[in-house]
Design a binder for this molecule. Structure first.
Ligand code: ADP
Length: 256
């Protein structure tokens, strides 16, 4: 963890604005605050983490931290980080822990995360999970890990229909979430693209990386007593899945 990182986050959180995101919880007949809450969306490629993260951002008003999106932005910019990770990502392998931990650390030390944050695609290795746990423990932040469970056949069919807006990042799927006009983003009219790493051979590599390096984290989350909840992510409608996640967040009574 970079020196001063935890201190920076602690300071930002202490100075944070009072206005917090809240959830209506009919299940418990209450409203719960999401102040300083870390929500970790965990699951294989194509499990719906990115789509759910975007819905949660809208609903909770806390930012999404997607390491995949951050890395793609660096590639787009053509800077040193982008040049370093481009070939690894094209091959469907994971980039180095040190680099990803550094990117997340930088992002978490910014004031926009004061009220909480949604991690999407991080942690993805044991080394990343250990760094994150130490940080959250030192900040007295209790994270909720939500595992979206989807079987591999469905994942391949989902990813093959996936299209993304290169400008705003909105995700579409020709089967389950088509844009209003084929091939065009509903929000900004940009032509949708297939992510380079969504080609079938690369998808297989990404799934293999998930099996070998990421799936073992399930054991880690359980053994270390993190709040870890599994949800059937094969529910086709993103809104219905979001509703399940919302209920779980309510039932776990996010602390303020
Ligand atoms: P998906 O979850 O569908 O694979 P992401 O956008 O999260 O998509 O990740 C795309 C790629 O970015 C990964 O295949 C990997 O190369 C890289 N990446 C993203 N997050 C991490 C991470 N936490 N650790 C290492 N590599 C990462």
């Amino acid at each position: 963890m970079p020196a001063g990182f935890a201190e920076g986050v602690r300071r930002n959180m202490a100075e944070g604005e009072a206005g917090v995101g809240t959830l209506n919880c009919p299940e418990t007949n209450s409203r719960v605050s999401v102040t300083r809450q870390a929500l970790v969306l965990f699951g294989s490629p194509g499990s719906g983490k990115g789509t759910q993260a975007k819905l949660l951002v809208e609903h909770l008003g806390i930012p999404q931290i997607s390491t995949g999106d951050m890395l793609r932005e660096h590639i787009e910019l053509g800077d040193q980080v982008g040049i370093t990770v481009r070939d690894t990502m094209r091959a469907g392998s994971l980039v180095s822990d040190e680099l990803v931990n550094g990117l997340v650390a930088q992002r978490l030390s910014s004031p926009e995360t004061d009220r909480g944050f949604i991690l999407d695609g991080y942690p993805r290795t044991l080394a990343q999970a250990v760094v994150l746990s130490k940080l959250l423990d030192s900040l007295h932040i209790r994270e909720i890990v939500i595992h979206l469970v989807v079987d591999s056949d469905m994942i391949i069919s989902r990813i093959s229909g996936r299209r993304q807006c290169p400008v705003c990042g909105s995700l579409y799927n020709s089967a389950s979430r088509p844009p209003k006009v084929s091939g065009v983003c509903d929000l900004d009219g940009q032509s949708l693209v297939i992510r380079e790493d969504d080609k079938e051979s690369v998808v297989r590599e990404r799934l293999a990386a998930y099996d070998h390096q990421t799936r073992p984290l399930i054991e880690y989350f359980r053994e270390t007593g993190r709040t870890f909840v599994e949800i059937d992510g094969s529910i086709e409608s993103p809104k219905a899945l979001f509703e399940r996640i919302r209920q779980i967040l309510c039932l776990h009574g996010l602390p303020s």
